[in-house]
Design a protein around this ligand. Structure first.
Ligand code: HEC
Length: 160
């Protein structure tokens, strides 16, 4: 009986939700083929790129030093590995976007405002809103990081 229910539920999902659901499922598969990866990449192009947008939150006018601060990045990496990897990988889309190269599409202040207060960003920022749509309405959870912790994670993202 249980089995029958599962089969029916799966059938319903496939018929009911169509493409979006399939995309979501794909995100969980680690070994996608190159073609599939390209398709996912192309799809993300619907999200606007505005390097002047700093987002909403405490960070403004952030410029990074030319050199990466290795110690700060290491602290950020430790944090990232405990709280961000549930949803993010460096090079592949998962529940959230791949984070390698994020500073090529987003202003540093935007990235840090997203990390420190995703709730506000998802409500008020046009890029964050478009991202949420692209990511099947998955909500990036607020991890309650301090400004210092956020800065460290931001430094780590530079190393990806
Ligand atoms: C519960 C899952 C989840 C967790 C945990 C999470 N994120 Fe996210 N993140 C997302 C999703 C999903 C998006 C896309 C926007 C949306 O749908 O909310 C996103 C978007 C982002 C973006 C914007 C990426 C881009 O391409 O513009 C950055 C940067 C980011 N997250 C960094 C982090 C960092 C750093 C952490 C850890 C402190 C973290 N996230 C924790 C799910 C998560």
């Amino acid at each position: 009986m249980k089995k029958l229910f599962v089969v029916l539920a799966l059938g319903g999902l496939m018929v009911g939700c169509g493409e979006k659901k399939k995309e979501e499922k794909k995100g969980f598969e680690m070994n996608r083929t190159k073609t599939e990866e390209k398709a996912v990449e192309a799809k993300s192009e619907g999200v606007p790129v505005d390097m002047d947008n700093e987002g909403v939150g405490p960070f403004k006018d952030i410029t990074f030093d030319g050199e990466i601060d290795a110690e700060l990045a290491a602290a950020g990496e430790a944090k990232f590995n405990t709280i961000c990897t549930a949803c993010h990988m460096a090079e592949q889309r998962m529940i959230g976007p791949a984070l390698k190269g994020v500073y090529e599409r987003r202003n540093p202040a935007w990235v840090m405002n997203m990390i420190i207060n995703p709730d506000k960003m998802l409500k008020e920022d046009p890029i964050a809103k478009a991202l949420m749509k692209e990511y099947n309405n998955a909500i990036m959870l607020n991890q309650n990081l301090s400004e210092e912790e956020t800065r460290a994670v931001a430094e780590y993202l530079r190393t990806l």
